[in-house]
Design a protein around this ligand. Structure first.
Ligand code: ADP
Ligand code: MG
Length: 477
């Protein structure tokens, strides 16, 4: 039996407002536990929530960025359930009338194929506090600082068919919220997290199978692993003649497995009703137009512009625009540093990205700034450095050994472009290897590479490779 996977994601994004969604308490991360939740966040008697206008604006910006309908009128509702980290006994969310509906997003897969994923809705809600299990062996600690932090929950259509598609979609949403500046997207701190709904159906069948929902995945890698794990588990169940149980599951990164948390039967009935403390959110069409006008250039538009004005290919453009800081870094090298676009793209996506990944550093904190990178690439363009030696200089700059020119000077790395100097090296290599000269002259073309290698070695990698090639060709005729 051939199985098809069906996936829908619910992504929670913390909005980057200064204060909470219904109170003036700070949203800053990392404060002492229970120092940043005020009476409103705790739901103490006699207080009333006041909506944060900035959070509404941010949600609307997201809506426009994904081609959705932004409602002129939306309504906050109470989602009732008890949990220790939510002292009010309910969460303020949106239910029947969310602020954003009917959006869509295009993803690009590894094979270059594009696919559109539907976004059912995105609603505003408040976050809950945190239960801390690890620090306290016999009990659970409660930190209520996060109570009332504004979130948008973005619900996708069940349009994805593999873990790869789900990760591509999640990365795209991450990229968009960062471009919009509506979230820091920090996954370690929980500002961007995802619940993955997964079901299987026989290939060709129209109806969906029963799904499970794996909660709170806070890295792209965990999403991929949790989904693939769930696919295998469900196929095993189905092929053994069993039935998948609709339930909520948890992913354990240490054990790399998902396990059941609660089944549908135990699931809560949230008894949603409109929050009587809050008026409906009304945004008039002029306000909506104003928000739309303020939107920054988004990844799709930037991608098109990069391909047009810098003549980049799909791969380079897509990867450069994925992260706004990376795109800015690239443009800085090209426009301020006057480096050729293709060379800049190769270095940003190659050596720089590799070093950033290896050291787990964000591009904005790169020890090699855009200015330093352009100085380096200019030295490739003016033939002072070969591409290979430039990599050595790059790593020296990364290690803080100085500017490009200082490093070239100190290490004696200047490329040899004086043709008489190179000619001398070529002559020496030819004289030292009569046997290979014979072979080459008798038609063994492959030996040519040997000569190039020897000359480069003799010059300690500093001879200009193009000149070496030309001189060798001339001399070996
Ligand atoms: P709930 O409110 O119980 O979480 P929803 O109907 O709002 O349920 O769906 C939540 C998410 O689950 C959505 O992203 C949706 O696309 C996805 N989903 C719904 N049915 C399936 C299914 N059979 N398989 C996979 N995902 C599904
Ligand atoms: Mg859900």
């Amino acid at each position: 039996m051939q199985w098809e996977t069906v996936i829908g994601l619910e992504i929670h994004v913390q909005l980057a407002t200064q204060s909470k969604i219904f109170s003036g308490a700070s949203t800053a991360y990392g404060a002492e536990p229970n120092t940043q939740a005020c009476a409103v966040d705790l739901g103490l008697p006699g207080v009333l929530p006041v909506l944060n206008k900035e959070a509404v604006k941010m949600a609307a910006m997201f809506g426009f960025a994904v081609d959705a309908t932004v409602a002129e009128r939306s309504v906050f509702a109470r989602k009732n359930y008890f949990y220790p980290d939510s002292p009010k006994g309910y969460q303020i969310s949106q239910f029947e009338l969310p602020i954003v509906e009917h959006g869509k997003l295009e993803i690009v897969l590894n094979n270059g194929e594009c696919k559109t994923i539907g976004i059912t809705r995105a609603h505003l809600e408040e976050d809950a506090g945190k239960s801390l299990h690890e620090e306290f062996p016999d009990s659970t600690g409660i930190d209520l600082n996060r109570c009332g932090t504004p979130l948008i929950e973005i619900v996708s259509e069940p349009d994805m068919r593999s873990a790869e598609e789900a990760v591509a979609y999640m990365k795209k949403i991450h990229s968009i919220v960062r471009y919009l500046g509506i979230s820091d997207g920090n996954m370690q701190e929980g500002s961007f997290r995802c619940d993955a709904n997964v079901s299987m159906r026989p290939k060709g069948q129209k109806e969906f199978g029963t799904r499970t929902e794996t909660k709170n995945l806070n890295s792209f890698r965990f999403v991929e692993r949790a989904i693939n794990h769930e696919i295998e588990r469900q196929i095993d169940v189905l092929e053994d003649g069993g039935e998948v149980v609709q339930e909520t599951r948890l992913y354990d990164a240490n054990k790399d497995e998902t396990r059941s948390m609660r089944s549908k039967e135990e699931a809560n009935d949230y008894r949603y009703f409109p929050d009587p403390d809050l008026l409906p959110v009304v945004i008039n069409s002029e306000e909506l137009e104003a928000i739309k006008k303020e939107l920054p250039e988004l990844p799709a538009a930037k991608n098109a512009r990069f391909k047009q004005s810098y003549e980049l290919n799909d791969y380079d453009a897509e990867n450069l625009v994925m992260d706004k800081d990376t795109a800015d870094y690239f443009e800085n090298i090209v426009n301020v540093g006057n480096v050729k676009a293709k060379l800049a793209a190769n270095w940003v996506l190659g050596e720089l990205t590799a070093a950033l990944n290896q050291h787990d550093i964000e591009i904005m904190n790169s020890p090699v700034s855009a200015k330093m990178m352009s100085e380096l690439l200019i030295r490739i363009e003016d033939n002072t450095l070969s591409n290979k030696i430039a990599k050595e200089v790059f790593h020296a700059m990364w290690a803080g050994e100085g500017s490009v020119d200082e490093i070239i000077e100190a290490k004696g790395l200047k490329q040899i472009t004086d043709s008489s100097e190179i000619e001398a090296l070529v002559d020496q290599v030819i004289a030292d290897n009569p046997e290979q000269v014979e072979q080459y002259k008798s038609g063994k073309d492959k030996v040519f590479g040997f000569f190039v290698g020897q000359v480069m070695k003799l010059s300690k990698g500093k001879a200009n490779p193009q000149q070496v090639n030309e001189l060798l060709k001339a001399k070996l005729q």
